[in-house]
Write a new protein. Structure first.
Length: 284
């Protein structure tokens, strides 16, 4: 996929200094078409001093998938989505949760079996195959060849809402499964309020405290507000509430936060220069 340009192919440096610089750095071993802005891999935003960061790959034949290049040529990334799965992400906790949910659901009914396979592959990719097969084997109709062919046939849905693990967890809860992992999770809307707000008593009254930075001098600030003021502050912010087995309803996020067991709260607010006191917010 590289070519040594002939003199008439060499890009005009007056029009494309980036391409000329790379040609010089890689001894004219760059496809001259890279200087054409319509090429997919052309990146005119790359500055000349970034040339040392480029990797080059040489293959014979057709186009190749850069996501499948071996590790010695891969960039160090925390995760990479391939066929819906996150490569480099530890899914052990999610797999354990999935196994618990599947434990209360029969794999005998083929539609459920297929739907769950689609959901598992959508969220976990090939990393979910072993768990799906282990659950599939509980059926008297299990056939390994048929299971593998069926798994290979699962493709990303072209239309409609995707089938995800939420479907599995919902059906498991319908059958009495207790999703302990979900109970330990802090919903995004609760975590958002927790980031800068907490609840604590002070002077015989309960207040909501808001942490912040003064916009003029950069000082740390801590503002106390009453419960009605807190509710007024978030009166235009609503979230869905309700158990997975119930129809969700829209409620103010302030109400959801105040009633949630994972809200951020302390026994009181102190100024303790000698160190933190467990359960109390230290302003020092």
């Amino acid at each position: 996929m590289t070519a040594n340009p002939t003199p008439d192919q060499t890009p005009d440096c007056s029009h494309d200094g980036h391409s000329c610089h790379l040609q010089n750095c890689f001894t004219s071993d760059v496809d001259p078409h890279c200087a054409t802005p319509c090429q997919f891999w052309y990146t005119p935003a790359c500055t000349p001093d970034a040339a040392s960061l480029f990797r080059s790959f040489h293959v014979l034949g057709g186009l190749f998938d850069p996501r499948r290049v071996r590790d010695e040529h891969a960039f160090d990334r925390p995760s990479l989505l391939i066929d819906g799965s996150a490569v480099g992400v530890d899914n052990s906790a999610l797999l354990q949760r999935l196994e618990g949910a599947l434990g209360v659901i029969s794999s005998e009914e083929r539609k459920t079996w297929v739907d769950f396979g689609i959901a598992i592959k959508h969220d976990l990719g090939e990393g979910g195959l072993a768990t799906w097969l282990a659950w599939s084997r509980k059926s008297a109709k299990f056939d390994l060849d048929d299971a593998l062919k069926t798994w290979a046939s699962f493709k990303n849905q072209a239309a409609g809402p995707p089938m995800t693990l939420g479907t599995v967890f919902y059906m498991a809860e319908e059958r009495g499964w207790n999703d302990e992992a979900r109970l330990e999770e802090v919903p995004a809307h609760i975590a958002r309020i927790n980031e800068h707000h907490f609840l604590a008593p002070q002077g015989g009254r309960t207040h909501i405290f808001k942490e912040g930075i003064h916009p003029l001098d950069g000082r740390y600030t801590l503002q106390a507000m009453s419960l009605p003021d807190f509710k007024a502050l978030f009166s235009n912010d609503f979230v869905d509430s309700g158990h997975a087995r119930e129809k969700p309803k829209r409620i103010p996020v302030a109400e959801a936060w105040l009633s949630h067991p994972k809200r951020r709260q302390y026994e009181g607010v102190l100024l303790a220069p000698n160190g933190d006191i467990p359960g109390y917010y230290n302003r020092w």
